[in-house]
Design a protein around this ligand. Structure first.
Ligand code: ADP
Length: 609
């Protein structure tokens, strides 16, 4: 394959391995990788974080930039003092209110003290945005974080593909904002329209290419053979749009592999054309999907020196020397990299969940950390939710049972004294589907009802659950709904007693956060963000008033059963304790309040000052 030169391959591979072993932390002693840890490392280390390739001396000697090789970024700025950063960045777990004998709901805890951070112009580049284009949690996070940043006085714009099957009923005032944007592609250009519209108040630009490729008119968001090309085009178009419209965001925030090429394009092409002010934050929502592709993506996007990019310090995949890894490029070229919980940041770097990117995370660990996702407390609010029949809060829990009745009515379930156990999510192997299946039968055999809402892009998985649905069709204690229904999900969160999340891995997980908000007790596997947000009623080392669910360690039937058994018995035998758990969960602050501040601190740290 062109570009995989012998001269470049071996030494770089060796360099990667050496850096890896030099910076490894034994898993048993490795701390969780919070942004505080990462920033502390940067502060005690010497330099401001710039993309690796720019600060590498040997690179600058070898590399020829795409344009204006003499251009340099602005010089490093003085760093803020370490204590100030620590004070602001540490967020190990959601803050909970102390127990109060009256069990009254309390106001959310105050924001952490903040230094004066000037308002910033932030551009999100993302492949999903709730509710117009949502497959999973990514869409929720892009919407919720953007809203929080705007509420704190920042200007936020979001760039998305213009999918033909988006929910246009959630876009207000859609108009063409830029006609005939010529996006460089394979040495020529694709004429592209950019549309503007508001999505529940958020300012959004939608990229619509006019080409026979029909990149975004496919009826589904992901799952095509040319996904890498589709989203590479999206990245090039988004950057070209920023450049041609003279926008100079302080921060470009990219999400997952689909947008990972944007920082590569910024530092390799657009900074040399004058975009020297912007800095990039890259958030990995799921390490499993990395955008593994080939050289054609480089030729398409105008990154014309394959031998330069096929380099272990840049985009060359750590496992397959003939492949490019777009997510790796995003990590290498971004000024700061986050994943969506401190626990998962450690799991990905040191506990074998980085799907091959562990060496890259080690090399870049001083600009890497975990920020727990928040939940949009306006969208998921049992006091005002338009999709549920009875509104309630921690002080009026009895009204939750009207929603339970409505849920049973909707699904023709028997109206009896049993608890309802629910599962909501993508039907993906990641979610522990064999344990979900086991939980259904365990619930039905142990005096509980079960409700499932989920779907999969894979026909085989859907068929399996449709078969199960048929098998259980006449059971008055069970309903499986195969499909995607935003509104129905709200009714289930509000009406169920328990929500099961038995994931094999879970970078953050939103369903347990939504459940907590609706007084539905989560039963989760101790992994990723689940471990950071759910604390076991019986075994957590937290104070009683902070315990909010049931947690099991091993991804097997025995582990699941032990937690479900305790939950069901508590529901029947100690209803008062069960209600305490519900209220403890409702009192957690999992809003965007804290993560919003965390991201602002990161932006402030990396921005061009
Ligand atoms: P992931 O991002 O891995 O899909 P998360 O737990 O982070 O998982 O986020 C899932 C989000 O998608 C939640 O808001 C959940 O309510 C929603 N969701 C998942 N599947 C469905 C479905 N079939 N119908 C409605 N909402 C769904």
């Amino acid at each position: 394959m062109p570009g995989v030169g012998q001269a470049g391959g071996l030494p770089y591979a060796k360099g990667v391995l050496e850096s890896h072993s030099a910076s490894s932390v034994p898993a048993a002693t490795a701390p969780l990788v919070s942004v505080a840890t990462a920033l502390e490392a940067v502060v005690t280390g010497l330099t401001r974080v710039e993309p690796e390739h720019q600060s590498s001396k040997s690179d600058s000697q070898q590399a020829v930039p795409e344009a204006n090789p003499g251009d340099k970024l602005s010089p490093p700025q003085p760093l803020p003092a370490a204590p100030a950063i620590e004070e602001q960045m540490v967020r190990k777990a959601p803050v909970m209110q102390p127990a109060n004998p009256e069990r009254e709901p309390q106001a959310p805890p105050p924001s952490p003290p903040s230094r004066m951070i000037p308002p910033m112009f932030v551009v999100m580049i993302a492949s999903e945005l709730a509710p117009v284009a949502k497959v999973g949690g990514l869409g929720d996070v892009v919407y919720g974080l953007s809203r929080e940043l705007e509420m704190r006085g920042n200007a936020v714009e979001i760039i998305l593909p213009k999918y033909s099957h988006m929910r246009y009923d959630h876009v207000w005032g859609l108009t063409r904002a830029y006609e005939n944007l010529l996006v460089p592609w394979f040495g020529g250009a694709i004429s592209t329209s950019v549309w503007f519209g508001f999505v529940h108040g958020r300012k959004c630009f939608f990229i619509e290419p006019h080409s026979a490729d029909n990149f975004f008119n496919r009826g589904v968001y992901y799952g095509h053979n040319d996904d890498a090309m589709r989203f590479a085009f999206f990245c090039r178009a988004a950057m070209e749009f920023l450049y041609k419209t003279g926008k100079h965001p302080d921060i470009i925030h990219c999400h997952d592999w689909q947008t990972a090429l944007a920082p590569v394009l910024l530092w390799e092409i657009y900074q040399h054309l004058g975009m020297r002010h912007s800095r990039v934050c890259f958030t990995v929502h799921n390490f499993r999907h990395q955008g593994i592709t080939g050289e054609h993506v480089l030729r398409a996007t105008g990154l014309n020196r394959p031998e330069y990019y096929f380099h272990y310090d840049r985009l060359r995949d750590n496992a397959n020397p003939r492949a490019l890894n777009l997510m790796k490029g995003g990590i290498v070229y971004s000024n700061f990299v986050t994943t969506v919980s401190p626990r998962h940041a450690w799991e990905a770097k040191d506990d074998g969940q980085g799907h091959g990117l562990e060496p890259t995370l080690h090399i870049h660990q001083c600009k890497y950390g975990g920020v727990l996702n928040g939940l949009d407390y306006d969208q998921f609010n049992p006091e005002h939710d338009p999709h549920i029949p009875a509104h309630f809060n921690a002080a009026s829990l009895e009204k939750k049972y009207d929603n339970k009745r409505a849920l049973r009515h909707r699904f023709w379930l028997a109206d009896n004294g049993k608890p309802i156990i629910a599962f909501i999510g993508r039907l993906d192997a990641q979610k522990g589907l064999e344990l979900v299946r086991h939980a259904i039968f365990y619930a039905l055999n142990h005096e509980a009802q079960f409700v499932l809402l989920g779907n999969s892009p894979e026909a085989g998985i859907n068929d399996h659950f449709l078969g199960l649905k048929q098998q259980l069709n006449n059971n008055p204690d069970c309903h499986l709904e195969i499909g995607y229904h935003e509104e129905l999900a709200h009714l289930i969160y509000a009406g169920a007693d328990l929500l099961i999340v038995p994931s094999r891995y879970e970078p953050c997980g939103l369903t347990q956060l939504i459940a907590l908000r609706y007084g539905t007790v989560p039963v989760v596997r101790s992994v990723g963000g689940l471990a950071d947000t759910v604390f076991d009623k019986d075994f957590s080392d937290r104070p009683l008033h902070e315990r909010n669910g049931y947690v099991f360690a091993h991804a097997d039937n025995a582990g699941l059963e032990s937690a479900l058994h305790r939950a069901i018995r508590c529901y029947y035998d100690f209803p008062q304790h069960f209600q305490d758990l519900m209220r403890n969960g409702m009192r957690c602050d999992n809003s965007w309040n804290h993560p919003g501040q965390d991201y602002l601190n990161i932006y402030d740290f990396i921005r061009d000052k």
